[in-house]
Design a protein around this ligand. Structure first.
Ligand code: URA
Length: 257
């Protein structure tokens, strides 16, 4: 990366506004390669130079990639006045982070968060058909015909039917289950845990697909996104950086070398 003004580096990382940075420089709180910075318009290369604030190294990597195990109860948005957002779980304060696609407030599971706009766009583009695997607990047990419909593509009220998907029943439970959505449907009878792999990302797509076969979703979890499986060591609300191998796989899945 080319050299940038110190105040621009700090503001892009979301650490200090330009005026805060100016004050910090005046107070001698910022150093570059061990030398105290004298002016906010001094330049440094964030990829090469060691920048410190209050004696601590600043994480200046330009591109970051995280896997979050999204818990239920938070929304996929950059900010919200009332609800917790997925970014409340990420310590990285840079301001250019975005989630790759959305999960509903009550959906749990893998969510990729990055400031790499190009890969974000590619992973969501219909051109690359990136598969997303969901585990849906549904009221009722889908019949063979239902499964065939889900797999073939069905009308969910949009202009076009859904694209072909893959679907299989993982488990059938004879008893009522408890939970936020489950409690809303009293005596829903037997339930099925169904794996559904789709390559699109329409609004509430999985829930609408199961609505269309009259098996409402009681709980929804995303277990994989493209080539990445949710790291089962991550508890709900925990996240970690993607490994180099995982990033390579994402690049490949999104047509990037
Ligand atoms: N489909 C849904 O209905 N909800 C999600 O959160 C993700 C996919």
């Amino acid at each position: 990366m080319a050299k940038e003004r110190i105040d621009k580096i700090f503001s892009q990382l979301g650490l200090l506004s330009r005026s805060e940075c100016k004050r910090a420089v005046k107070s001698g709180l910022i150093s570059v390669n061990g030398n105290v910075c004298r002016a906010a318009d001094e330049k440094a290369d964030p990829d090469i130079d060691a920048i410190c604030y209050r004696g601590e190294a600043v994480d200046t990597r330009s591109l970051v990639y995280y896997m979050l195990n999204k818990p239920s109860g938070c929304i996929t948005a950059n900010e919200d006045k009332n609800a917790k957002t997925v970014f409340d779980y990420i310590d990285d304060r840079r301001t250019d982070l975005s989630a790759v696609g959305r999960l509903d407030k009550d959906t749990t599971g893998i969510l990729i968060i990055t400031n790499d706009g190009d890969i974000n766009h590619r992973l969501l583009s219909p051109k690359y058909h990136v598969p997303k695997c969901y585990e849906a607990l549904v009221a009722g047990v889908p019949s063979d015909e239902d499964i065939a419909l889900l797999e073939r593509g069905l009308d969910i009220g949009d202009e076009k039917p859904t694209l072909p998907a893959k679907c299989r029943i993982l488990e059938v439970n004879e008893e009522n289950v408890r939970g936020e959505n489950a409690d809303a449907i009293e005596d829903h009878g037997p339930t099925a845990l169904v794996e559904l792999i789709i390559t699109e990302g329409r609004f509430h797509q999985v829930k609408r697909m199961f609505e269309a076969i009259e098996k409402p979703v009681l709980r929804l979890h995303r277990s994989s996104f493209g080539p990445l499986e949710l790291d089962t060591n991550l508890r709900p609300g925990e996240y970690r950086e993607l490994s180099k191998a995982e990033l390579d796989m994402l690049n490949e899945a999104s047509g990037r070398d």
